[in-house]
Ligand binder design. Structure first.
Ligand SMILES: Nc1nc2c(ncn2[C@@H]2O[C@H](COP(=O)(O)OP(=O)(O)OP(=O)(O)O)[C@@H](O)[C@H]2O)c(=O)[nH]1
Ligand SMILES: [K+]
Ligand SMILES: [Mg+2]
Length: 366
């Protein structure tokens, strides 16, 4: 039996099993098994399973945004509108057959926008080019899920299932759980909060299912069983997602208003150029780029050309963003702005210092 059939079998068994206290552990085990098979399915370079690697497009610029959606929702139309790259658009499905990168320049940042083929239900299990598309989505700093405002709400949930199946968690934080393997000593589980969505017995069942007999688990958040499995499997990607409803020119004002009020949602019309500037503004802010202005001694900072970095960036990243040799010859840096603990004055810092948006940095070398 192939992996896909095994997955089907487990999914069927889970659907058949009634959810209650008595079946909780069994369901937990099935979930763990399912997650293991899914992971196998996505391992790259397995000839039998067709591989799980994305399209071979070089990352460029300061961040990558991937356009994910069903066929003909208007992904290529968007790319053609907001970048200088043309991507073929047409009224028939699967017009786009590969990944097409374009560049958006906004607030000193260069954002790579990736147009991708449309995906269909079952994409994560190898239908169409879906596997490649969802694998590419994993490499993105932000996913723009494009939806057709004229179609049913169901499309959003279906796409979420496909992304979830490849280990992408949308608009979620990594669960606050510390998991440590040991060689002896058995299992220790500590919790700092009351668990209401799972319990210790389920967690022990799952650990046993993974043949983990010696480990320390520290749970600091009211997690679900699924979230615990995510922590065990480890290679989950937590990616921000913006839901973009296109073709609002073709729906009623009431419907548009309703969609626009949902969380993490922007409504647009590519064809009529409605709200596209706002969409770019939202993409830019959801990427949470950190702009750092560099300043030479005695000169004013260069405010036109910031170094754009991701959240969590350090002075070392700033150095690497300026010049390859800077970090190796680094002596110290002066930082003005939100990350300086003496703000408005400068703080003298080392390579590991975390920078904040709109900091000004001077680097001193040997
Ligand atoms: N009414 C309306 N139609 C649009 C809008 N944007 C795109 N379209 C139409 O939708 C159709 C599909 O557009 P594409 O850009 O090719 O869609 P896609 O998502 O790239 O499609 P695939 O590459 O096949 O997955 C085309 O006929 C477009 O003219 C819009 O804002 N309003
Ligand atoms: K199309
Ligand atoms: Mg297209």
């Amino acid at each position: 039996m192939g992996i896909i059939e095994k997955i089907k079998e487990i999914e069927e068994e889970m659907a058949r099993t009634q959810k209650n206290k008595a079946t909780e552990y069994h369901l937990g085990l099935l979930k763990a098994k399912l997650a293991r098979y899914r992971a196998q399915l996505l391992e790259p370079d397995k000839k039998s399973s067709g591989g799980g690697t994305g399209f071979d497009v070089q990352k460029s610029g300061d961040a990558r945004v991937a356009l994910i959606g069903f066929p003909s929702v208007g992904k290529s139309t968007l790319l053609s509108k907001v970048t200088h790259t043309a991507s073929e658009t047409a009224a028939y499905e699967f017009t786009t057959l590969t990944a097409i990168p374009g560049v958006i320049e906004h607030q000193g940042a260069r954002i790579q926008l990736l147009d991708l083929p449309g995906i269909v239900e079952g994409a994560s299990q190898g239908r169409g080019r879906g596997r490649q598309v969802v694998a590419t989505a994993k490499t993105a700093d932000l996913i723009v899920m494009m939806l057709d405002a004229t179609k049913s709400e169901e499309q959003r949930r279906l796409l979420e299932i496909e992304l979830d199946a490849v280990g992408i968690r949308l608009n979620k934080q990594k669960p606050d759980v510390v998991f440590k393997r040991k060689t002896t000593g058995g299992i220790t589980i500590n919790t700092t909060v009351k668990l209401t969505k799972t319990d210790e017995k389920t967690i022990r069942t799952i650990l046993a299912g993974y043949k983990l007999h010696n480990c320390d688990v520290m749970i600091r958040e009211d997690i679900t069983t699924d979230e615990f499995i995510d922590v065990l499997i480890g290679n989950r990607k937590y990616v921000p997602c913006l839901y973009v409803y296109n073709k609002i020119d073709a729906i009623s004002l009431e419907r548009m208003d309703q969609l626009a009020r949902e969380d993490n949602t922007v409504v647009i019309s590519c064809e009529q150029d409605l709200n596209l500037d706002y969409l770019i503004e939202r993409m830019w802010s959801d990427l949470r780029l950190v702009r750092v202005y560099t300043k030479k001694r005695g000169a004013h900072p260069d405010l036109d050309d910031p170094v754009c970095l991701r959240q969590g960036a350090t002075i070392e990243d700033v150095c690497n963003g300026i010049h390859r040799s800077l970090a190796t010859n680094f002596r110290y840096a002066l930082v003005w702005g939100k990350s300086s603990k003496f703000s408005p004055h400068a703080q003298k810092v080392s390579l590991t210092h975390l920078v904040a948006d709109e900091d000004v940095v001077s680097v001193f070398t040997k």
